[in-house]
Design a protein around this ligand. Structure first.
Ligand SMILES: C[S@@+](CC[C@H](N)C(=O)[O-])C[C@H]1O[C@@H](n2cnc3c(N)ncnc32)[C@H](O)[C@@H]1O
Length: 141
């Protein structure tokens, strides 16, 4: 297993992770980005109900946050004695937070109220050989 610890970058390519498995999901457009938009604060509540506040995190922002946590993740993987370390996103959308995960030592877990997104992430991660635990669920209910 090649350690990613110590790398400090916001550039996904420099993270050194092969995430080509994610290329199809990367092109999924969020419900929010497809929405016609609002003209007033009054319309905002209705719009959020329609698009579920679904906006996906840009890859460089994911990489920026991940770079800050690589040392802790590597330590958890070292301490796990071969068991996969879970990465959980409780509003996973199109799985942006999973795109740099290493299938050899991590398990991806999460849920989202938007079934279409969960189905797409489930199919792509299974095809890529990840261990997964995804469900369609409502964090508020
Ligand atoms: C801002 S997006 C974030 C998606 C992803 N974590 C990312 O970083 O790209 C929020 C996600 O929460 C989901 N969501 C909205 N309401 C929810 C609820 N009540 N329970 C679970 N998921 C919900 C949306 O479908 C959307 O995918």
């Amino acid at each position: 297993m090649r350690s990613l610890a110590g790398r400090r970058t916001s550039n996904p390519s420099i993270l050194g992770v092969d995430n080509t498995w994610y290329s199809h999901l990367a092109s999924v457009v969020s419900l929010g980005a497809q929405h016609k938009g609002v003209n007033s604060l009054a319309e905002l509540h209705e719009a959020r109900a329609e698009h579920l506040s679904q906006f996906f995190t840009p890859a460089d922002v994911v990489a920026f946050h991940l770079a800050d946590r690589l040392a802790a993740m590597d330590a958890a993987i070292r301490d796990s004695r071969g068991f996969p370390v879970a990465i959980l996103d409780n509003s996973m959308g199109s799985g942006r937070m999973f795109q740099f995960a290493d299938r050899r030592n991590t398990k991806l877990a999460g849920f989202d109220i938007h079934a279409e997104s969960v189905d797409a992430v489930t199919a792509a991660t299974k095809a890529a050989g990840f261990r997964t635990d995804f469900i369609v669920g409502d964090a508020g209910g």
